[in-house]
Design a protein around this ligand. Structure first.
Ligand code: GN1
Ligand code: MG
Length: 363
């Protein structure tokens, strides 16, 4: 692998000499490496080299075309270099395609990430970062974006796929997840409510991030302030409440997404409040009443949708998400289902917090 990574770096014409590399294991889809280069003047500069997962992203050229447009748009508005910069090859391409797959490189931003986080200020700052991201793209022409994964947050379709895969039960695993499946199907109607509202024109399509996990935010190591959001692979037209919900289901869970202690999973309302405060402070005056009143529902919806995706991957043989042991998707399913259950119990409390924050924002 080391030779391959060096070769990719050479193709992008990175100056200097590569001195070390290591895999960044955060992230469930692409393969990511940090590579350090020593420049001629002796300084060290680092880059992030990524191999795009072509099982998940069937058309990487379209993914990169989207990313090129989005980064250009945001870097124009934030010329301080705080946002992502993808390298171009001497031929002007943002990716290399060879028999090993699709590769891309962006500058490394010194930072830390969290998979769970109990620092309320850091979480509030992450909320601001995702809120600001939506704002920065609010004047972006969504029709110029490819739909890199069609129906990505179409919860109705996610349920339909699961129903079919459960019926086929190709590996005989359905019996292991019977309890989780029964519960997920029992809440299907409410879990699908936002997709139905979107289809009925009650929720507007915006340009959204669509993968707002807390580990897709880079934080300053010292101040714990959010530096930038990363992972632009799924930036597409979507619902504001889905971005909010996806962030809460990852940031506010008491335990990590793949914890084996699923009975401890649940939504920490202090974290919920901190993230909501940051996110709403940036978006309160642009989101519609329907969008604001479905933010808490979005958390439940995304937790259910995620549980549906994890259990589906388990039932069909772990082809989508990276797994490091055989029951990895089973643990993810149980933890995510337990989180969704707790969110349903706390829906009124979450709604009250949102209303309180909106009043504070003068809404
Ligand atoms: C994947 O790659 P990563 O870890 O940011 C997935 C998300 C899921 C997440 C669950 C393109 O995100 O949708 O919410 O795993 N990304 C894609 O951990 O499917
Ligand atoms: Mg991702």
């Amino acid at each position: 692998m080391e030779e391959k990574i060096k070769e990719i770096c050479r193709s992008f014409g990175i100056p200097g000499k590569p001195v070390s590399y290591k895999e960044i294991t955060v992230g469930n889809v692409n393969k990511t490496y940090k590579v350090d280069f020593v420049c001629e003047n002796g300084t060290v500069k680092s880059y992030v080299v990524q191999q795009i997962n072509t099982y998940v992203f069937r058309n990487p050229a379209q993914v990169m075309a989207n990313i090129e447009k989005i980064t250009e748009h945001i870097n124009k508005k934030k010329p301080d270099g705080s946002f992502l910069h993808y390298l171009h090859t001497p031929e002007g391409e943002t990716y290399i395609h060879d028999k090993t797959g699709y590769w891309r490189i962006c500058g490394y931003i010194p930072s830390i990430t969290f998979s769970v986080c109990d620092d309320l200020e850091a979480v509030c700052s992450a909320g601001e970062a995702f809120g600001e991201f939506q704002q920065l793209l609010s004047d972006f022409d969504a029709s110029t974006l490819f739909e890199t994964i069609p129906d990505f947050h179409n919860t109705v379709k996610r349920y339909k796929t699961l129903e079919k895969d459960v019926q086929n039960d190709p590996l005989g695993r359905v019996k292991e997840v019977k309890r989780e499946l029964d519960w997920l199907f029992s809440v299907k109607e409410i879990a699908c409510k936002m997709t139905e509202m979107k289809n009925a024109g009650l929720l507007p399509l915006r340009v959204t991030h669509n993968d707002t996990k807390i580990n897709n935010v880079l934080f300053d190591k010292e101040t714990k302030k959010a530096l930038t959001v990363i992972d632009l692979d799924t930036v597409m037209p979507g619902l504001a409440g889905h971005d909010f919900g996806d962030a809460i289901r990852s940031a506010a869970n008491y335990v990590a997404e793949d914890s084996k202690e699923y009975e401890k999973a649940g939504v920490n309302l202090d974290i919920f409040k901190a993230f909501a405060k940051g996110f709403i402070s940036k978006t309160a005056h642009t989101l519609t009443e329907n969008e604001l009143s479905t933010l808490s529902l979005g958390c439940f919806v995304l937790a259910c949708e995620q549980a549906v995706r994890f259990v589906d991957d388990y039932v069909t043989g772990d082809k989508y998400y990276k797994t490091t042991y055989p029951e990895h998707n089973l643990d993810r399913t149980r933890t995510q289902t337990a989180l969704a259950k707790d969110m349903l119990d706390k829906m009124d409390a979450m709604n009250s917090i949102v209303r309180y924050i909106l009043t504070e924002c003068g809404k």
